[in-house]
Write a protein that binds this ligand. Structure first.
Ligand code: EPU
Length: 425
């Protein structure tokens, strides 16, 4: 088992360049299935979720040519399969976008039940509700989902909860449908990015990023264009919170500062500093113990659930007692047990956790329970006294490009040790 070995206690200092957004990339890749042509995508994060998606697209008949580590062309003119390989789709969550995209293109699709981080129940009833509103018949059973339609016709889609995935999936399904679809739901940056991508390729989507998205169906997406994936809001937020946790001074480049406002607001409330330097650059620094703050995770533009564990590390050594309420996922406090092994004083129950700030954390072997938990444990290792070993790196590699290299450039003492070397130790 590979592990990250981190020797703390380092104030992070320097510049970090943010990669393209994982959660936009994993929707844009399946969206290419709606195109009858060739498109180029750049600023793709070099992460395992992107690689798996490319493998699935190849299985479906797409031709993928890598131009560089972060740029590829996809030729979807000869899609020959509408059944995505069940073992591959069940490896990660975003495979659910294959349903909307292949339904849109072929009117008939089967995929395995989506997998992904274990954050509690992850139903897709709202996705299904949207597909059905456009005329599809959906069957779920025996570990797979089948959706079929004679034709897809635009409709008004009212989702019962705010869902990023369902909003994007219904949008994918509606792009080539007859008539107009209206979705009144989430307005998160990754949704806007997928809409921008589809519009660049010939779709007619208006209002993404506002309360109401209007999709006028078109006959064909032409491709024949280049699109650059939006910078990753969550990766940027991870480094912002790492700067505060380590009492460091980090300049975050290639980020959209507007998307980071919910995090900046909390950083200022804690008594740390954040300054927009212009040109997609944000400086975050902290020169004293941060004050306690309370956090409630909410859909965008609220505080993102995907930064809740990283914020938990900051609060572990803040002045006083802070409370986090997790309102999106039911099991997103598993990381608190790992932080407690490092000397944190956290009591988590249900969707609430109480963080009693301690003076410092101390190194320990810890296990990433999911992607963002993994990022949080790396930050914990960087601020802790002594040596921390972080295991279960497969979670982290799903969503962060070159994470240890980026932290190393900021001064962290962090090494990836491979299984063989680890055994010899
Ligand atoms: N929900 C339902 N029914 C549905 C869909 C969602 O009840 O049909 C519930 C979920 O159980 C959850 C809430 O609605 O309680 C919000 O879920 P949403 O659909 O917005 O989540 P998602 O689209 O599946 C994406 C990200 C997650 C991120 C959430 C919230 C991707 C691939 N994943 O998930 O990212 O936490 O939005 O912002 O885009 C991560 O990157 O670590 C991660 C987990």
């Amino acid at each position: 088992m590979d592990k990250l070995v981190i020797t703390g206690k380092t104030p992070l200092k320097g510049d970090v360049i943010i990669s393209g957004a994982k959660n936009a990339a994993v929707a844009i890749l399946p969206a290419t299935l709606l195109i009858d042509g060739v498109c180029t995508i750049d600023n793709l994060p070099n992460i395992s979720d992107v690689k798996i998606f490319c493998d699935i697209l190849k299985e479906l008949g797409a031709k993928i040519t890598w131009i560089s580590e972060n740029e590829l062309t996809i030729d979807t003119r000869n899609i020959s399969e509408n059944n995505a390989p069940l073992d591959m789709t069940s490896k990660f969550r975003a495979s659910y976008y294959l349903i909307g995209a292949l339904l849109g293109r072929c009117k008939n699709v089967t995929v395995g039940m989506p997998g992904g981080c274990k954050l509690g129940a992850r139903p897709i009833d709202q996705h299904i509700k949207g597909f059905e509103a456009l005329g599809a018949k959906v069957d779920v059973g025996q570990g797979k989902i089948t959706a079929k339609a004679d034709k897809l016709v635009g409709n008004s889609v009212y989702l019962d909860i705010v869902s990023v995935g369902a909003t994007i999936n219904v949008m994918l399904c509606a792009v080539l449908a007859e008539g107009t679809t209206i979705i009144d739901n989430a307005k998160e940056p990754n949704i806007v990015d997928v809409a921008n991508f589809l519009n660049t390729m010939g779709a007619d989507i208006r209002g993404a990023g506002t309360d109401v998205i209007k999709i006028n169906g078109v006959k064909k997406l032409h491709g024949n264009a280049t699109y650059s994936v939006v910078p990753d809001q969550i990766e940027a937020g991870t480094f912002m919170l790492a700067a505060v946790a380590s009492r460091g001074d980090v300049t975050i480049k290639n980020c959209i500062t507007k998307h980071l406002e919910p995090i900046t607001a909390k950083i200022l409330e804690m008594g740390a500093y954040a300054e927009d330097l212009g040109g997609d650059t944000l400086r975050v620094w902290c020169d004293k113990t941060p004050n306690k703050v309370n956090i409630k995770t909410l859909p965008y533009p609220g505080f993102p659930t995907d930064l809740q564990p990283q914020m938990g590390v900051v609060l572990s050594t803040a002045n006083g007692t802070s409370i986090i309420n997790e309102s999106i996922w039911e099991s997103r406090f598993q990381y608190t047990e790992e932080l407690n092994k490092m000397g944190a004083k956290i009591t988590a129950q249900g969707k609430t956790a109480i963080f009693e700030g301690v003076e410092s954390l101390s190194g320990a072997p810890v296990y990433a329970t999911d992607l963002r938990a993994g990022a949080a444990l790396i930050i914990a290792g960087i601020i802790a006294d002594g040596k921390t070993e972080v295991y279960n790196l497969n979670h982290i590699d799903r969503g962060y490009e070159n994470i240890e290299e980026k932290f190393r450039k900021l001064g962290a003492n962090i090494q990836r040790v491979s299984e063989e070397v680890a055994k010899d130790e």
